[in-house]
Design a protein around this ligand. Structure first.
Ligand code: PLP
Ligand code: ZN
Length: 402
């Protein structure tokens, strides 16, 4: 049993309403469960496979889900990078290991299932790339038409390839992400298409399971800190909400310090936190190599301020150079291949440890959000090309200088 509740004025709406913002005040909605009526123990959960659907009692879906085995992603100990930083307990949750290669699949398995539950027959989103790839995948699995709007020329190659191959109608907008989102909202509202951006409160329900899995993978322990890259700020807000629910259920007794990392060229949330602002003031022209977080007007601005402040966390920005250098370190020192936005979380930890904001003794979990192969062009640009060689052993030995 659950309602949709406005995070600002508290107005409630029944669970079967197709609604993306409060009718009274226009603010964001969230799903609120009647936790007292939820009859589940941690032991029941632990008897099921590690996946989004392990936690179905805390999800809004009542029908057979549209699922491709999302979640259940590895939690890696960052041994070498941790040692360099003097940290014993630095971890990375590799969300690039989801079906379409990003955490968006956790949101879309729930969001597309809800589209069917609510009787909607088509879905749409605006996207910096991964949302469109994931929606195309889950729209295909559900067998319903999918429309995705992308900012022209600013989407990584692998993500466009996925959206096209999985059969979405892909529209390239001559404008940035923020404009594409305004357009798709108008489209959905005028044509009765189900909107699956992170303004959709059901999508975020799926994403909160990242936090649940981390706690299960740490044998029931809540890490001191969770660090996430922040674009529209849906993911960090979702993880916070989920762990609050576990706390209300008595399954855990503390909250992790929620820590958001943005790119230096696109950091409206960092400014709001550092300057103690009541609201996030949008960046007009966000720019960063980490296209997944190239967002000037975060949709979930009010939720992220609550998550960071409510947990005693913080926010920081990292330069494109720091992001790319950490992408390389993760790949070469840990064997973990991620796209640039994902590396921002670990680059942020490095910066905050070096500046004394994060204590070296903390147990820290970084969420690395998407797979290396999402953005092959940025990877190739950073690496030396293969060494050319004639097809003889002699030339091979010469090429290898052996
Ligand atoms: C979507 C995305 C983000 C940003 O998540 P938000 O919920 O928009 O803050 C970060 N990294 C990757 C790889 C993404 O796809
Ligand atoms: Zn309201």
């Amino acid at each position: 049993m659950f309602d949709l509740v406005c995070v600002k004025c508290g107005e409630t709406y029944p669970a079967d309403t197709v609604l993306y913002s409060c009718r009274k005040c226009g603010h964001l909605l969230e799903v609120r469960y009647d936790l007292a009526s939820i009859n589940i123990t941690r032991r029941d959960w632990l008897s099921r496979p590690l996946s989004v659907w392990r936690y179905r009692e805390l999800l809004p879906v009542k029908r057979e889900p549209v699922s491709l085995c999302e979640g259940g992603t590895p939690l890696y100990h960052l041994k070498r990078i941790g040692e360099e930083l003097g940290m014993k307990e630095l971890y990375a949750k590799h969300e690039g290991m989801n079906p379409s290669g990003s955490f968006k699949d956790r949101g879309m398995t729930v969001g597309v299932s809800m589209a069917l539950q609510l009787g909607m027959s088509s879905v749409a989103c605006a996207s910096t790339g991964n949302t469109s790839a994931s929606l195309a995948v889950y729209g295909a699995k559900a067998g319903i038409p999918t429309i995705v709007l992308l900012p022209a020329g600013k989407v990584a190659l692998g993500k466009v390839a996925q959206a096209l191959m999985h059969g979405a109608r892909v529209i390239s907008i001559n404008g940035n992400f923020d404009r594409a989102l305004e357009m798709v909202r108008d489209l959905c509202e005028s044509k009765g298409i189900y909107l699956l951006n992170s303004i959709n409160p059901y999508r975020l329900e799926g994403q909160k399971t990242i936090g649940f899995e981390v706690i299960d993978q740490l044998d029931g322990k809540v890490p001191d800190r969770m660090v996430l890259p922040v674009g529209n700020a849906g993911n960090i807000s979702a993880v916070y909400k989920g762990i609050l629910e576990l706390k209300a259920l008595g399954f855990v007794d503390k909250m992790p310090m929620m820590t958001g990392i943005q790119a230096a060229g696109s950091q409206p949330v960092v400014r709001a936190i550092n300057e103690g602002l009541a609201e996030v003031i949008p960046d007009e022209n966000p720019e960063t190599v980490a296209t997944a977080i190239r967002i000037g007007a975060p949709v979930n601005a009010e939720k992220v301020l609550t998550a960071i402040r409510g947990s005693g966390g913080t926010a920081a920005s990292v330069t494109d150079e720091e992001i790319l250098s950490m992408q390389c370190d993760l790949a070469r020192k840990e064997g973990i291949g991620v796209e640039p936005a994902s590396a921002a979380s670990v680059a942020g930890v490095k910066k905050l440890v070096e500046s004394g904001v994060i204590d070296r003794d903390e147990q820290v979990v970084c969420v690395v959000t998407g797979h290396l192969l999402k953005d092959p062009e940025t990877v190739i640009k950073q690496c030396a090309p293969p060494i050319e060689c004639e097809a003889t052993l002699e030339s091979l030995l010469a090429a290898l200088q052996l």
